[in-house]
Design a protein around this ligand. Structure first.
Ligand code: ADP
Length: 626
């Protein structure tokens, strides 16, 4: 009988547990009971299709008992049990891949975060125990096996006895120290209140031998101690309870326990529907994103219960992708227990529930936006990108539902506003919703292209997420007002008269502009007189569908197709530089050529591009200074 070692990664978590300074050690019981409940779920589930289980729903139970002399707590269940291999595999390896990854990536110095964020299942028992014995007999097996471990030095598995299938977890408590009184977990009152606190909604009875003082029969003042096996938990899941019996704190505690979060959620939604489809839903909007939320690893979805029995852990079909940040569960008696993943996708009830939830989440967010603005802004900062991608990826088919949830910073004061707020504040004669896209709000506020717009007193939306401009293309308009980039060819600002004036100026300088274009050697598709510039000499704009900002985003993405913006160099006709160009054009074309080169590169720099050839540019500037 040789000792086996824990897998390296598991050993690290185990060490953390053994030496834990986590104050909330009592959660070990919640973890053990939740495993017991899962094991019963599995066997109950089996019993629905497999006659040989031979047990009815009311026979399943979890029992917690204490032996004060031995300093042990035993948690027993009559669930599915574990085979020898399963004992080895399940208890020798940490199951929660998330917590493992978190530990290895963050080289955690303490255990607070990991226990708080993920819970650590079975191993948490080593926060309070110096040795643990697991006796288990798997359903359908004759033999039982015993797994014993005192923590980091490994574990031993031997053959054992057990009357029927199920598992006993025997927890031997550590000795009391100055700081920690582990012995308190042996106290009946302490133990039963921990069970009530964390495991009240567990759907199987959790029983305990409870000692009570009772009046002796036939006497009037003589008492005797009687021991009775009592059910401690109410077994009513929180979502089945009446809203008026629940406080915010109850909802928040349930969230933190169930989804291993350390922070309260931003809000909860508790919905009970009756009628053509009957279900209860308990949904949460978390206050922060999971560490892997924006990665491919993240699995969205709600837990799906059928009459209180968990049938799927992450049911994607219950949530649209753009609300993927929502956590929670749905319980419906209308769903069959044995429904398969494939069948679920086409289930009519499920799609009714999904639609109702989507609507409810939207309403909840709109209310938050209206009534609790600060909270909403916090939400949008964390999850706004999900909404934006949601609209973009569906090519705008859901824009009606989602566009009012969007927020952007406005140029006048940097405040986050909705599209409706922008439109409500538009000047009377203003035709378009103007936006500027780029890296930071500061850079965008100073953009030369926006001079005329600022001059007119119009606000701009400042777009700083990469997806933003693509999003605008998909949205196209809001409240019949078209979106317009301040870098787009035509800002739609000039009166007919101004347009004529511009055309005239363009016509008069036709040859000069054509010469500049030629000397730039294909770098720009046009050189034009600008109407948007006030104080700056030049700027770059783009014709067509690909803006300069989009070109930058696309060029930073993988893939070989990198569309380029169709660049236009705009020159300010009222700037002294333009006079210089004009006067030199008659007798010193070489000078115009080198000025054109300088101006184009300046425009590139302002736009946040790098100059094509830094050395050549520097030499050209020096030449000018001579
Ligand atoms: P998790 O519960 O998140 O999977 P744990 O570390 O708590 O992680 O448990 C590891 C595994 O051990 C479980 O997934 C389960 O397969 C098995 N297990 C634990 N306790 C029991 C039990 N009482 N009955 C049957 N299997 C159990």
């Amino acid at each position: 009988m040789s000792k086996k070692q824990f897998k390296t990664e598991s050993k690290r978590i185990l060490d953390l547990m053994v030496n834990s300074i986590y104050t909330n050690k009592e959660i070990f019981l919640r973890e053990i009971i939740s495993n017991a409940s899962d094991a019963i779920d599995k066997l109950y589930f089996k019993s629905l299709t497999d006659q040989s289980v031979g047990m009815t729903r009311d026979e399943f139970k979890i029992n917690v008992s204490v032996n004060e002399e031995e300093r042990t707590i035993t948690v027993s269940d009559n669930g599915i049990g574990m085979t020898k291999d399963e004992l080895d595999e399940n208890l020798g390896t940490i199951a929660k891949s998330g917590s493992l990854k978190f530990v290895t990536e963050n080289q955690l110095a303490d255990d607070i975060d990991i226990i708080g964020q993920f819970g650590v299942g079975f191993y948490s028992v080593f926060m309070v125990a110096d040795s643990v014995t697991v006796i288990s007999r798997a359903f359908g097996e004759e033999k039982a096996y015993k797994w014993v471990s005192s923590g980091a030095d490994g574990y031993v598995i031997t053959e054992d006895m057990r009357n029927s299938c199920g598992t006993d977890i025997i927890i031997h408590l550590k000795d009391d120290t100055e700081e920690e009184k582990y012995g308190e977990f042996l106290e009946q009152y302490r133990l039963s209140s921990i069970i009530k606190k964390y495991s009240d909604y567990v759907r199987y009875p959790i029983c305990m031998d409870v000692k009570e003082s009772r009046l002796k029969e036939g006497t009037e003042d003589e008492y005797e101690d009687v021991i009775e096996n009592k059910v401690i938990n109410s077994q009513v899941p929180i979502w089945k309870k009446d809203k008026k019996d629940l406080k915010d704190e109850d909802y928040n505690n349930f969230f933190k326990d169930k989804y291993y979060d350390f922070a309260d959620p931003l809000c909860h939604i508790h919905q009970k529907a009756e009628g053509t489809t009957t279900y209860q839903a308990l949904l949460y909007i978390p206050s922060h994103a999971d560490y892997n939320y924006y990665s491919k690893d993240f699995e969205r979805g709600l837990q799906l219960y059928s009459s209180g029995v968990l049938i799927m852990d992450k049911c994607k079909d219950l949530l649209p992708e753009h609300f993927g940040f929502v956590k929670g569960l749905v319980d419906s008696e209308d769903l069959s227990l044995n429904i398969s993943r494939e069948m679920l996708q086409h289930d009519r009830q499920l799609s009714i529930i999904r639609k109702a939830l989507e609507k409810k989440i939207k309403t909840e967010l709109m209310t938050m936006q209206e009534k609790e603005r600060e909270k909403y802004e916090k939400f949008f900062k964390v999850f706004g990108l999900t909404l934006k991608f949601g609209i973009y990826q569906s090519f705008g088919s859901n824009k009606e539902e989602l566009q009012d949830l969007l927020m952007f910073a406005r140029s006048s004061d940097g405040k986050m506003i909705t599209l409706k707020e922008y439109v409500d504040n538009m000047k009377e004669e203003q035709k378009y919703i103007y936006f500027a896209a780029g890296e930071t709000a500061e850079k965008l506020s100073a953009l030369p292209q926006a001079e005329l717009i600022r001059d007119k007193g119009y606000d701009m939306l400042l777009l700083t997420d990469e997806v933003d401009e693509f999003l605008m293309q998909v949205l196209r308009e809001y409240d019949k007002k078209e979106f317009k980039s301040v870098s787009a060819g035509d800002l739609g600002l000039e009166s007919d008269e101004e347009k004529k004036e511009l055309e005239k100026e363009q016509e008069e300088n036709k040859e000069l502009l054509a010469f500049i274009k030629d000397s730039l050697d294909g770098k720009v598709s046009d050189v034009v007189i600008s109407s948007r510039l006030k104080t700056h000499p030049v700027c770059l704009t783009a014709k067509g569908n690909v803006s300069l900002e989009m070109e930058k985003v696309l060029s930073s993405m993988p893939g070989n197709e990198k569309p380029k913006a169709d660049r236009v160099l705009e020159i300010n006709p009222t700037h002294p530089v333009f006079e210089t160009l004009k006067s030199n054009f008659a007798d010193n074309k070489d000078k115009v050529k080198s000025y054109a080169y300088l101006l184009y590169n300046q425009a590139l720099l302002i736009e946040g591009f790098s100059v094509d050839d830094a050395v050549k540019y520097s030499l050209a500037v020096c030449e000018l200074m001579k």
